[in-house]
Design a protein around this ligand. Structure first.
Ligand code: S3P
Length: 438
């Protein structure tokens, strides 16, 4: 059954909150823990549908993964060559990260696998991983347009290559590095813009030598991974909704605790500061590879900006929330160079443009972004998130500005990345109710 939200004017956001574990790190902790020799304890694991799907896929391939408590996993690694064929297809659900990283890893195995996903994932482009992996010798069959389901055939050998993917994508880089763990020689990826580096830093923490040369990162085949416990930081992309909500809802004064501040993730923080937000970093500390801080956000008058092109990959998941901040700001905000938004869990430019326009926002959609006018005279509307978790959460913030209650359709997928979102926002002061719908 579909789940809709009814959201309307609430209170300013107040108090202290902490968001769940990082999705990107949780996926990789299960994957690399499974490939390591020994037992990995993962703490702070995101109990989201996406990351649970990854854990289920590895369990299907013979990896024992215990869940002694919420947010904890004990992964009994099988080593790089210990995975077994799954008798059933591996269902990645809504998770692009699961499917793209898995296809890299599975393309080097001596058994066949089938990867499937939900309706949204089945529409997403896989050529970006299929093409370079095929150059390494992988054999991958796909549906029309190189889309899922994917059938990954066994091969006896992959060959290391050098790649420069045309889009900045951590998923593509990671898929190639995972395949490279098994390939003859070295596999290198150079990036048009640096992207989140969790795969290479976790591989390095598990004892693998990471090769570097300028803006290129590489691995040599034939190594091994040694288990080591992994602490997952909280997810900046989840904190992002609170950064925006507390910045734009008058009277808000909120502390978000323990936010992971990997510079490849925090583009939205810089953008909000450029727009005039009041966000202070408190208690900044280094925990392992991660810088953490408590972020103190107070409502402020924001003004529109031209988002710097080079910052786009560092805030790629945060544009739906930024669109709402921009609509609540004074003046225009210009987003360019973000065509990737059209191939996320939904076409995020179109979904946000349609919904925000219905709520009174003046917005010009562009192929690679949008021009969003601030100073909105908000009105309640019935809008559709198209099952996109980040659009649903962003629209729930927009709905706080209207006098009447808005309906946001199809919000169940919020559980893919942010289980407990509604409880947290309700506790902080926002007004978001859930209703089962036809
Ligand atoms: C992710 C990389 C990004 C991001 C996604 C998670 C990852 O995707 O949008 O939510 O964990 O590697 P792209 O690699 O497609 O940019």
């Amino acid at each position: 059954m579909r789940l809709d939200w009814l959201a309307g004017r609430g209170q300013p956001l107040r108090g202290r909150i902490r968001v769940p574990g990082d999705k990107s790190v949780s996926h990789r902790a299960i994957m690399l823990g499974s490939l390591a020799e020994g037992v990995t304890r993962v703490r702070g694991f995101l109990e989201g549908e996406d990351t649970r799907a990854t854990a289920r896929c590895f369990a299907q391939m013979g990896v024992r993964i215990d869940a002694p408590s919420a947010g904890e996993r004990i992964v009994h690694g099988v080593g790089l060559h210990g995975l077994k064929a799954s008798s059933a297809p591996l269902d990645c659900g809504n998770a692009g990260t699961a499917m793209r990283l898995l296809v890299g890893l599975l393309s080097a195995q001596r058994f066949e696998s089938t990867l499937i996903g939900d309706e949204s994932l089945t529409r997403r482009p896989m050529a970006r991983v299929i093409d370079p992996l095929s150059e390494m010798g992988a054999q991958i069959e796909s549906a029309e347009g190189k889309r899922p389901p994917l059938r990954v055939l066994p091969v006896s050998k992959l060959h290391g290559r050098r790649f420069r993917p045309p889009v900045a994508s951590a998923q593509v880089k990671s898929a190639l590095l995972l395949a490279g763990l098994y390939a003859e020689g070295e596999t290198w990826v150079s990036e048009v813009h640096p992207t989140r580096d969790y795969t290479e830093s976790m591989l390095s923490a598990l004892g693998l030598e990471i090769l570097r040369d300028g803006d290129s990162v590489g691995v040599r085949g034939g190594g091994r991974l040694v288990a080591r416990d992994i602490d997952v930081p909280t997810d900046f992309s989840s904190a992002a909704f609170f950064l925006v909500a507390a910045s734009v809802i008058e009277g808000s004064d909120l502390i978000i605790e323990d936010v992971g501040l990997n510079p490849r993730r925090t583009g939205l923080l810089d953008t909000l500061l450029d727009m005039g937000a009041s966000i202070e970093r408190l208690n900044v500390r280094q925990v392992g590879a991660d810088e953490l801080a408590d972020l103190h956000v107070r409502a402020a008058t924001l003004h529109g900006i031209d988002v710097p092109l080079a910052r786009v990959p560092d805030m790629i998941d945060e544009f739906p929330a930024l669109f709402v901040a921009a609509a609540a700001a004074e003046g225009a905000t210009v987003v360019r160079g973000a065509a990737e938004l059209r191939v996320k869990e939904s076409d995020r430019i179109a979904v946000m443009a349609t919904a925000l326009k219905a709520m009174g926002v003046h917005l010009d959609e562009r192929p690679d972004g949008a021009v969003i006018q601030g100073g909105t005279r908000w009105q309640a509307a019935s809008v559709d998130s198209h099952g996109d978790h980040r659009c649903a959460m962003s629209l729930s913030i927009a709905a706080q500005f209207a006098d009447e209650v808005s309906t946001i359709r199809d919000c169940r997928n919020v559980d893919t990345s942010f289980p407990g979102y509604r409880d947290l926002v309700l506790g902080a002061g926002m007004n978001v109710q859930a209703v089962e719908a036809g």
